[in-house]
Write a protein that binds this ligand. Structure first.
Ligand code: GCU
Length: 347
């Protein structure tokens, strides 16, 4: 495995020290990280429930790291937005108040627009394609290191969000016309606002934790997400018409305090990455099973699933790539990712 690690600049470490205003870095003495007589605790923020595959995979990641290091590293996962919304926990990782967080691709897009490339409809054809790209440092290495100096964040990799589809309070969606004039929740991203507009709806950006009550109150007419969140966040109770628009294979990132990763002994860092890559694969297995299970649970709770006019949605979304790929680097990254899909197909 090629190592995704890069040497941090002294500037990044010093600026974080100044920003955090203390030597403890949220309780961790960076000089002692990895020492035989020191336990380093990682607080990991997650906005999902304990039933969600991401929670289960993170728990296993924590158990594996602890075992492999004889307890020198311990991971505690805080689910259900206990530590805050994704926007908030991103800032907490940056300031060193917590060590790691799972955040949606849209959150990183707002920090560095190059991340848009991985949040576009059409970028990934399948979960397998997506995960293989995330583990290919030749493709994502520079992007994942791009926030280190300015944000004190390293992107370790990610978990799939699977395919995302639209669901509504009012009835099945078959064509873009069925979304006309309807308020559909999107993640906080200019590109995803445009995505829903192209699909025919009126986009309303909102943080994940607020979606259930907004659907219930009628402030929203629908939302878009995978089957797993439709079930675990109980959106199926308030917007039971789930239409397989298949508009996006979404992506969550694992972000980590860069100064902490930099402070680890090299062998620990390597182990950390290795364990994290295993965790991505484990998550993918859980994901596939729990997607099918979520459809079953949702149906038992009265949700209705339907297919759509896929060609009409594909056609409606076709301008998005040209509108949002702006720089040479973004074009190049998009092309490399698309080419990797063809190679994946040949395996
Ligand atoms: C998925 C994803 C979350 C994200 C959510 C959303 O559930 O896993 O990270 O926050 O979608 O739509 O906001």
């Amino acid at each position: 495995m090629q190592k995704p690690w890069r040497v941090s600049t002294i500037f990044a470490a010093i600026s974080t020290l100044i920003l955090s205003g203390c030597s403890g870095f949220g309780g961790i003495n960076l000089e002692r990280v990895g020492a035989a007589d020191t336990v380093t605790y990682f607080k990991v923020a997650l906005n999902q429930t304990e039933q969600h595959p991401s929670f289960k995979a993170l728990e296993k990641f924590g158990a594996d790291i602890s075992k492999k290091t004889n307890g020198r590293y311990k991971v505690e996962v805080f689910p259900n937005e206990q530590l805050g919304s994704q926007q908030e926990v991103l800032q907490m990782v940056k300031s060193g108040a917590i060590e790691m967080a799972i955040v949606s691709g849209t959150q990183l897009e707002n920090v560095n627009q190059d991340f848009r490339v991985l949040n576009m409809p059409t970028t990934f054809s399948s979960i397998q394609h997506q995960i293989s790209v995330l583990q290919d440092q030749n493709i994502v290495g520079d992007l994942f290191a791009s926030l280190a100096d300015t944000e004190n964040i390293t992107v370790l990799g990610g978990y799939t969000q699977g395919a995302r589809h639209v669901y509504t309070t009012y009835g099945p969606v078959q064509t873009p016309q069925d979304l006309h004039g309807k308020k559909i929740r999107v993640q906080e991203s200019d590109m995803h606002i445009r995505m829903i507009e192209l699909m025919g709806g009126s986009a309303t950006p909102l943080s994940y934790g607020e979606v259930y009550s907004a659907l219930q109150a009628g402030v929203l007419d629908g939302a878009e997400n995978n089957e797993v969140s439709f079930n675990t966040a109980r959106h199926m109770e308030v917007a039971p018409y789930y239409s397989f628009t298949n508009h996006l294979v979404g992506l969550d990132y694992m972000i980590m305090r860069h100064d902490l990763l930099a402070a680890m002994p090299a062998a620990d860092r390597e182990l950390f990455y290795e364990t994290w890559y295993d965790s991505m694969d484990y998550h993918t297995q859980l994901w596939i099973d729990y997607t099918a299970e979520s459809v079953k649970i949702a149906k038992e709770n009265g949700a209705k699933f339907n297919s759509v006019d896929s060609a009409a949605f594909r056609e409606a979304l076709s301008p998005i790539v040209d509108q949002f790929l702006q720089t040479d680097y973004q074009h190049q990254l998009y092309t490399e990712i698309r080419n990797a899909d063809q190679q994946e197909g040949k395996k």
